[in-house]
Design a protein around this ligand. Structure first.
Ligand SMILES: Cc1cc2nc3c(=O)[nH]c(=O)nc-3n(C[C@H](O)[C@H](O)[C@H](O)COP(=O)(O)OP(=O)(O)OC[C@H]3O[C@@H](n4cnc5c(N)ncnc54)[C@H](O)[C@@H]3O)c2cc1C
Length: 426
């Protein structure tokens, strides 16, 4: 049996590993000239290295941590927490957070915990919770906060996780993700990074495979019949017995299927929303933030939204992570790198003195991943979520958007395991 895997992001790479461990031959196809997909560790030369895509691993993302362990890679821990918080020109840190913001945060958490008590997994089984599914997370946060500062703080934290404005996110979907958080201890989120960057992990996985990847293979059409699946790329064709598609829904919608995918599958792909997130990365000749006794990590109420120390190599890099409408606005500017530096300079005037060069990574219009990662929009969970993962004939679907840990690297790995189980439990 030969299984074709299209997309060599975290899901495709992990699926390839697991199939080969079962003795299954795989053929690997990827549209880009590199593996990793939305894991994109950029090497700008001269010791400048940073993550343009997925970066943080939570302490309970056991699949990612086990995978690193399998390759003898020890995850690195950031030194910069707690975050600096800046609201209306006033500053504190997450450890010394303003009382009103803390109380609002605890209020939202308590309300979420209470609602979670009535929920089960998988999310689409919560048919009694139709009202929660149509409710927006943004409204829920507004309903449970009392101060302007608390509303801003909770919004900023959750927006960072969701990758988009909370008006875009459905309450039921978010609560089902929140179920994962209920048994967590304190410092679980964004606890680790991949040592040497995600490119290192991707290279290790590729190096462990028997199969040779085919890069720059853009899938355009898929024909399946009783005997197998034919893949038609921009240049060339391939024939396999079964196919695993790991591309994000927004990329999958551009592929023509013969026969067509079921209406339920097509609707679920169309309804699966991708978050709007960009990263601006600035390289400096000196990590000036250390001189200020600050680790680089910040949430602020200005247009930069969030920063952290993104350095992975020798060169000091500060990363701004901007989501939602604000990300769209930044990308309409002529020079987001300079405009961002200007905003940074308003808070830290010293920044521009040390600036060397910078880059913006726009996931909104990425040709092979239009959008950063999936979020569960209002109405999606009960109407569509159930239909996005199941196979259709010989075609199987993986990728973070098909997982319960959707949106995360962990979800991409979870989806690879689920696809393997579709073969082993036949
Ligand atoms: C800015 C940003 C920040 C993030 N931060 C975090 C974080 O801190 N922690 C975390 O856990 N996750 C984070 N994520 C999400 C995480 O990166 C993704 O969930 C995960 O990498 C998705 O893996 P995947 O294999 O499902 O999809 P992908 O990585 O998108 O892989 C799919 C592959 O399919 C390929 N492809 C697409 N179309 C075609 C085609 N027609 N033919 C052939 N190949 C095709 C793509 O090129 C891609 O390589 C972030 C993502 C972004 C963009």
């Amino acid at each position: 049996m030969t299984v074709g895997i299209v997309g060599l992001g975290a899901a495709g790479l992990r699926a390839a590993m697991l199939f080969e461990q079962l003795g299954v031959d795989v053929q690997l196809f990827e549209a880009r000239g590199r593996p990793g997909g939305r894991l994109h560790c950029v090497d700008e030369g001269g010791g400048t290295l940073y993550e343009a895509g997925g970066e943080w691993i939570d302490a309970d993302h056991y699949r990612v941590l086990n995978l690193l362990n399998e390759f003898g890679m020890v995850p690195t821990t950031p030194s910069e927490w707690p975050k600096k918080l800046i609201f209306k020109g006033k500053e504190c840190t997450e450890a010394t957070i303003w009382n009103d913001a803390l109380e609002d945060d605890l209020r939202v958490e308590a309300a979420a915990r209470e609602l979670c008590r009535q929920l089960t997994e998988p999310p689409w089984k919560n048919t009694q919770s139709r009202e929660l599914d149509s409710h927006r997370l943004g409204d829920f946060v507004r309903e449970h906060t009392q101060s302007e500062r608390g509303l801003w703080y909770v919004n900023s934290k959750l927006r960072s996780d969701e990758g988009d404005d909370l008006e875009q996110v459905g309450l039921l979907g978010w609560l089902c993700g929140y179920l994962h958080y209920l048994d967590r201890d304190g410092d679980v989120m964004s606890a680790y990074r991949i040592p040497g960057g995600s490119r290192h992990l991707c290279e290790k996985i590729l190096g462990s495979l028997k199969a040779t990847p085919n890069f720059q293979k853009v899938l355009r059409r898929v024909h399946q019949d009783a005997y197998g699946v034919k893949l038609i790329f921009e240049d060339g064709e391939a024939q396999v017995d079964h196919l695993v598609l790991t591309m994000p829904p927004s990329a999958l919608e551009r592929v023509v299927f013969e026969p067509a995918l079921s209406p339920k599958k097509r609707c679920s792909l169309e309804a699966c929303e991708m978050s709007r997130a960009i990263k601006i990365c600035w390289e400096f000749d000196h990590a000036w933030w250390h001189d200020l006794g600050w680790g680089g990590s910040m949430l602020c109420d200005g247009p930069l939204q969030q920063t952290w120390d993104g350095s992975l190599g020798e060169a000091p890099v500060l990363t701004a992570y901007i989501c939602g409408e604000e990300a769209v606005r930044w990308m309409s500017l002529g020079d987001p790198v300079r405009a961002g530096l200007y905003e940074l300079g308003k808070i830290f005037p010293i920044a521009s003195q040390h600036f060397k060069r910078g880059w913006v990574h726009n996931w909104l219009t990425d040709p092979f991943s239009p959008g950063a990662f999936s979020h569960l929009a209002p109405g999606y969970v009960l109407e569509h979520m159930e239909h996005i993962a199941p196979p259709e004939g010989r075609i199987h679907f993986a990728g973070e958007h098909t997982a319960l840990w959707s949106g995360f690297i962990e979800g991409a790995l979870e989806s690879a395991e689920r696809v393997i189980s579709e073969f082993t439990h036949k």
